[in-house]
Design a protein around this ligand. Structure first.
Ligand code: HEM
Length: 207
């Protein structure tokens, strides 16, 4: 049942046109951010705007990745499961962009300040832990690693649930300090539904 971040590519191939379409669609938020910085349409604080947008997209792609296995189980829609790996890697890609923007444009690679920030603001620590949970999933996303790890691959990829929970907590704590948790609440509900679906579906693998 490990409907993981990176998923298995099973039962046939994704049509090349669909793969390409999804690949291009996944890059759109990134291009939007780049163009926004270049053409100055991101408002008074472009650094904050792109940091937030990349965080949003990392979380969205993470939830979309989880959704694919549920769609397979509930609706018998197999194609989504075959697209899971790409969606998972996009979640990781946007998380990397997000973290790099924070390290570079927010903290100027001042490692002492970064250490202090992690200790002082719990939402930063939750984000870091979410990122650390995503990292091994991305690193073991290849077929070779899947084969090499065997059954341990599935166990490892259950980290995707921890990543989702920590990312929502990260968002929640960030917004709580600004007294508006309506947006993270929406993500929390969506993640809760996806996790609940998995609990109900125990023993019915998605692929
Ligand atoms: C080392 C890891 C991370 C750090 C240092 C970090 C840092 C930040 C910072 C500084 C903000 C903006 C806060 C503000 O503008 O006041 C933010 C927002 C956010 N981050 Fe992270 N983050 C990390 C990892 C992650 C990960 C892995 C995800 C998702 C998978 C994520 C999702 C988000 C979301 C959804 C927001 C809110 C965006 C919004 O306001 O709409 N972050 N993060």
């Amino acid at each position: 049942m490990a409907s993981s971040l990176l998923g298995r590519q099973t039962a046939g191939r994704v049509p090349a046109w669909l793969w390409l379409l999804l690949f291009c669609a996944g890059l759109l938020p990134f291009l939007h951010g780049l163009l926004g910085v270049w053409l100055h349409w991101l408002g008074a604080n472009p650094v904050e705007a792109v940091t937030r947008a990349s965080g949003d997209w990392a979380l969205r792609f993470l939830l979309l990745t989880l959704l694919m296995s549920s769609l397979r189980r509930r609706l018998g829609w197999r194609l989504g499961v075959r697209l899971r790996r790409m969606l998972g890697l996009y979640a990781f890609f946007y998380a990397v962009v997000h973290v790099l923007l924070y390290l570079w444009l927010d903290q100027f690679f001042d490692w002492v300040a970064i250490g202090e920030d992690i200790l002082e603001r719990p939402f930063i620590l939750a984000g870091l832990l979410a990122f650390l949970a995503l990292l091994p999933l991305a690193l073991t996303s290849t077929r070779t690693m899947m084969r090499r790890l065997g059954p341990r691959w599935k166990a490892l990829h259950r980290l995707v649930y921890a990543a989702g929970l920590l990312a929502v907590l990260h968002f929640w704590w960030m917004k709580e300090s600004k007294s508006d948790v309506s947006e993270p609440l929406l993500y929390a509900v969506l993640l809760g539904l996806l996790l609940l679906e998995r609990l109900v579906a125990r023993g019915h693998p998605a692929d």
